[in-house]
Design a protein around this ligand. Structure first.
Ligand code: 13P
Ligand code: SF4
Length: 328
């Protein structure tokens, strides 16, 4: 557990981050689920695929990754010569936790005629055991390139896998993992919200369970949802994904109303990702100052994991930020 014990009162954290960013030749990458104060000072904000691409391309010497661990590890796999820091190394992901490498290896071994198409929300070890990685913005274009007769294991998100299976009419063996954040949306509360805002469309992330997806007008990655918000012509949009993304919508479209879909009692904070929330400005400052915590990956493992990530980058082509899952 990373515990911040230092007294930082009296330090202008934002000014120090600015100074250190230049001094360290660092780039700050942030996911849309980060707190607004982190999004506001990031060099780039994006979905998982866009941030992977940015990490692979950057000239910076240090990548300060404001997201979760599997994202920072992906950056290190693709840019091993860079120093990759994550403000809080405990920023994990329930999907990664659901899929221990030894169990995944046994599952693969039990199905030797299947390829493993694996969601990027997994450990480096599971990436190394996989054939092709996908993100929510690249899954569809990648799946469409796999011959129909090829059998597929899809893990660890059974909701994304189930969504793709239904959309493509294609059976896949699904690993039983879920995102605890998207799993917590309540259909009953969403229907109440729709009744309060007649005609307001619903944009949902494919990590949502089917009873939420069934009410969505649009399903896509975080970037896809943001692009949909920028293009839709109404006044009010209901957003079924982690609510910190609404910050970018409000910045881009100040006159419109964006409402986060509710959890079970209509007002819990259960749709805030507890892992993403571990990152703070103070921890980012300390990470830039001390260049830790750093992400380290053993070279043999990195090279093995890079194969499945490289396949994703090749097969996704130029779909970054555009090739989202689209309308249902
Ligand atoms: P995106 O690739 O859509 O940003 O999703 C990442 C994620 O963890 C969603 O919960
Ligand atoms: Fe993982 Fe869900 Fe958090 Fe995304 S929102 S990082 S899938 S726990």
């Amino acid at each position: 557990m990373t515990v911040q014990t230092e007294n930082l009162s009296g330090i202008d954290i934002r000014a120090e981050i600015e100074r250190l960013r230049k001094e360290r030749n660092a780039v700050i990458l942030a996911h849309y689920y980060q707190k607004p104060e982190i999004q506001d000072l990031a060099d780039y904000i994006g979905d998982s695929l866009e941030l992977s691409r940015k990490a692979a391309e950057t000239d910076a010497e240090v990548i300060a990754f404001c997201g979760v661990k599997f994202m920072a590890e992906t950056a290190k796999i693709l840019a091993p010569e860079k120093t990759v820091i994550l403000p809080d190394l405990d920023a994990g992901c329930s999907l990664e936790d659901s899929c221990p490498p030894e169990k995944f290896a046994a599952f693969r071994a039990a199905h030797p005629d299947h390829i493993a198409l694996t969601y990027i929300n997994c450990s480096t070890e599971v990436k190394a055991l996989s054939d092709i990685i996908v993100t929510s913005s690249s899954a569809e274009v990648i799946l469409s390139q796999i011959p129909p007769e090829q059998k597929i294991i899809f893990g660890p998100d059974r909701h994304l896998g189930g969504y793709l299976s239904r959309k493509f009419g294609r059976d896949m063996l699904l690993w039983p993992g879920v995102c605890i954040v998207h799993e917590a949306f309540s259909e009953t509360e969403l229907l109440k919200l729709k009744a309060q805002h007649p005609g307001a469309p619903v944009a949902a992330h494919p990590e949502c369970p089917p009873h939420i997806i069934d009410h969505a007008d649009y399903v896509g990655s975080t970037s896809g949802i943001l692009n949909y918000a920028k293009a839709f012509e109404g006044d009010t949009l209901l957003v079924a994904t982690e609510p910190h993304i609404i910050h970018q919508m409000e910045l881009a479209l100040p006159g419109k109303t964006f409402i986060g879909a509710p959890g079970a009692d209509g007002q819990c904070a259960c749709n805030i990702c507890p892992y993403m929330a571990l990152n703070t400005l103070e921890k980012l400052y300390l990470a830039l100052r001390d260049l830790k915590p750093q992400v380290h990956i053993e070279e043999g493992l990195r090279l093995q994991a890079k194969k499945s990530l490289d396949r994703m980058l090749e097969m996704a082509g130029g779909t970054v930020g555009k090739g989202d899952l689209g309308a249902r």
